[in-house]
Every structure is written in structure tokens, then in C-alpha cells.
Design a protein. Sequence first.
Length: 308
Amino acid sequence: MKNTSRLKRSYPFKRKILGVFISRRVILIAFILFVSGFVVNQSVVAQNEPQIKVGENSRSIKSGSETRPYLLYIPKGYDEKTALPLVLLFHGMGGAAANVMALSDLSKVADEKKFIIAAPEGIYGNATWNYNQYRRYTNDVEFVKDLIKEIRSKIAIDQKRIYAAGWSAGAKMSCCLACELSNVIAAIGIVAGLEYFENCPSTRSVSIIAFHGTADPVISYSDPQDALSSWVKKNACTPTPKTRKISEAVTQLTYGDCRDNAEVVFYRIDEMGHAWPGSVYPDYVGKTNRDINASNLIWSFFEAHPLP
């Protein structure tokens, strides 16, 4: 005779086991759906983020409480596995990133020599830069640090070859970075705006190449002369330059034997106005000299002056 009481006791037990099994299946399915949804959402985020391509890219980052746009130029033949130099390019007062890109035509040099350009937008005052670093206002030094960090997270950058170049107020911003970020910025290229800041806190002598016209109606030629003397002294260079006549209008002054193997090179350009030497732009504020090409000279100088 069958033991019916034993059979009756087994039914609740089997139901319990089945319930546990179903619960685990439900949890597993829910987990898979959650993970799948997360992956899909991540994919959507990645698709919505602007993709970096060869050529000019319009991008922006959040720095402090502000959204800061910038142009990122990737040279032709870019290889993601190769760390490239980075040139930060700053526009003048009232200008924009697109203006200084066109004025300098630096992208042409970038394609040939293989370096990346980041041209940010100034938002302080009249679309310019807080190079005097009034801390209550836009902090452009912190913005530059954030920008470099952002670009390095997306692209392979040679950390010993990060440079700054600029025109007019953008030149002054580049000089500010030579003081504030001397451990990051390897060298600077200055067009129509050489500046020196009192109590410059640089911990390393930064190499400088600069250009200025004697007929500049915006920043008088006498202004960068004081800055030039101060940088030569700051970098502990030989005070008497080697002088070389490049053309009838262009004179090169080279201050060597500086501390930390730095160098200061200044181009005096007779009768040139507030302009970028060699620019394809028509004369803008005074005459443009085309005996030399500042963009080519700046890059050649940068190549010779990485961080130690």
C-alpha cells in the first residue's frame, strides 16, 4: 500500500522548489534586460556625442560654470596610435576661433607637419581673454587646463609638445600661459602682442618666438620692447642679441644661452601694421608683410623646443 501521506507532503516541497527556480529565472531575465538597456543607452550617448574627424571639428566643454566652445583641427593622415603635438591657438579681442584659423592658415602647416590645433573661443569682456587673471571673473587658465585634459582624453597627445600661439589679445593670453603653466606649455608663438606680467610665477624658462610691426596702430611697437627685455631677463638669456637681416623690412633678433636651454627670438618688421606676417588675408589693420611666414616659423621654432 502506497504511503499517501508522504506523497501529500512532497507537493508543497516541489511547489517551493519550482517557485525558487521561477524567481531566479525572473531575476536573471530582469538583470539581462537592465544590462542590455544600459548598453543601448551608452550606445545612444556615444552616437549623440560629436565624432572627431580629420579636419575641423566644432566642440565644447564645461569649464567651471561655463560652456566653452572651441575648434579642434585634426591633420590629414592622422594615426590614432601616434601621439601628436598640440598647438593652442588664441584669437584677438572681438574675434573668434574661425578668424584666427583663417588669419594664420595654421591648418595648412598642421597637415604637412602633423600636429593638432585647438582654437578656443574667448568669452571674457569683448570676446577676449582674462590674461590678467582677475579671479572673480572668467578663469581662462583653468579653462586651458580643462581643455588640455579633455583633448588628451579623446586623442593621443605628446605631453612634451604642447604649445600656445596667438594674435593680439590671444598673444597676451599665450604669454600668460608661459607664466602660469610653464610646466605644461613647452614654448609660445606671439604675433602682435608680446606681454610680460609682473611677478610671473613660471618655474621654467619658456622659449618664445615673437613678431611685431613698427607701424602697428593698435599695440605700439614700443610696448613689446619692454616685454622683450623682461622676458630676456626672466629667462636669464644673454642680453645682447644676435642680429640677422632677413629682408629689407625684416630683422631677426636672437637671445641665446638662456636658462633651461630656452631661447627668445624676436622679429622686427618695418612698416607692418597689426597683422600676421605671411597671412593670405588682405591687409586688415595696416600693412601685412609677406617676406616671411609667421606660421611656418612658429612651427619650426616649436619643433626645436619641446619640454625637457
